[in-house]
Design a protein around this ligand. Structure first.
Ligand SMILES: *Cc1c(COP(=O)(O)O)cnc(C)c1O
Length: 350
């Protein structure tokens, strides 16, 4: 039944093998991030066959169900209320709040299990982490006094909210923090988790500072691209996931609506350009599955718009009939949305 999301397991495996090998050659460990596909176990099984070091997800509910022998990492800083599950279902968690870390310590004590944390620092992207200019010595001191918490390392996240691109200069702020902590407390931090898929251009140019020991990557593995500039990586696949939907109407219609114009179904006032009559098709998919801005049409098809359950396209070239299907490549947001929608049938290919 359509619509379907096609998942090409071999391409995913090849993408993981390619980058993991490269990162390992550079001396980096790799976390593969599974949140965009809701930790689908078929894809996890593929990950289990690779040399990637750890599996990371932002939801503890995903980590709970993941079947793997690889260490599990909770990416999103935990909710105070989920501390017990964090200790239960993850080996390492990324953190930025002392209150939560203390709660993790309590739960870890209760479970008689040591929990590793990576303390996050914000270098200016303005999402999670201790702001790098703030005082953090007392926080480190408190963390080191917790019996069931191991300060496994520090980390940072860039190009997620503020769009800050990793550079030697920006990452140097993290280097200072690492050196300050190691010198002040006479400890060695095992892991310096320096970024996500946006750090890849630096890796390719061999500019990634050597003090960084780990990368956490999701998008590069599913879309074969780095995320600082969005360039495709040669020899990687950009079509691990594709979306197939069915043509339910084909008609010649004008490009301008007729009559008095108000709002669309989502309360937006829409602008139209007069392109004369056009061959328009409707497909049986809509925003309840994915917003059409996340679909990349094949040659000869242009996306016009979408409502909750209809995708409207213009047929520029090609011979389509009712009942035919059209397959789209996807953006990151598209994969996220389609893998989260209960209406999509998942089809796995070797
Ligand atoms: C999602 C996420 C990543 C992965 O980012 P990509 O751009 O998909 O590589 C890494 N770290 C954190 C904290 C994240 O939330």
């Amino acid at each position: 039944m359509l619509p379907k999301i096609h998942i090409h397991l071999k391409k995913y495996q090849e993408n993981i093998n390619y980058l993991t090998h490269l990162a390992h050659m550079y001396g980096l460990s790799v976390m593969v991030v599974s949140k965009v596909f809701c930790a689908d176990q078929e894809l996890i099984n593929v990950i289990n066959l690779t040399q990637v070091d750890m599996i990371a997800d932002s939801k503890i509910r995903n980590l709970e169900k993941i079947n793997t022998l690889k260490p599990k990492v909770l990416l999103r800083i935990p909710q105070l209320s989920e501390a017990l599950d964090v200790v239960k279902y993850s080996d390492i968690s990324l953190n930025s709040e002392l209150d939560v870390i203390k709660e993790l310590n309590e739960k870890a004590k209760f479970m008689f299990k040591k929990h590793k944390i990576i303390l996050m620092f914000d270098l200016g992207d303005l999402r999670e982490g201790i702001y790098y200019k703030d005082h953090y010595q007392h926080i480190i001191e408190d963390i080191l006094s917790l019996e069931y918490i191991e300060l496994y390392g520090i980390g940072t996240n860039l190009t997620c909210y503020g769009g800050v691109i990793p550079t030697v200069e920006t990452l140097d702020k993290l280097r200072h923090i690492k050196e300050n902590i190691e010198n002040a407390f006479n400890i060695k931090l095992d892991m310096i988790s320096g970024g996500n898929s946006s750090a890849l251009p630096m890796l390719f140019k061999e500019e990634l500072p050597k003090f960084i020991t780990n990368l956490r990557m999701g998008e590069a593995f599913v879309l074969g691209r780095e995320t600082a500039y969005g360039t495709l990586i040669p020899s990687m696949h950009d079509d691990v996931f594709t979306c197939e939907a069915e043509v339910i109407e084909i008609k010649d219609k004008p490009s301008l609506p007729e009559g008095e114009l108000g709002m669309d179904a989502f309360g937006q006032k829409v602008q139209f350009e007069d392109k004369g009559m056009m061959k328009r098709a409707i497909l049986g998919i809509g925003r309840q599955e994915v917003d059409c801005k996340h679909l990349i049409p094949p040659e000869g098809i242009e996306i016009i718009g979408c409502s909750s359950d209809h995708l409207i396209v213009s047929i520029i070239k090609g011979n389509y009939h009712i009942g035919d299907s059209i397959t789209f490549k996807l953006t990151y947001g598209g994969i996220l949305s389609l893998m989260t929608s209960p209406y999509m049938k998942r089809v796995y290919h070797e």
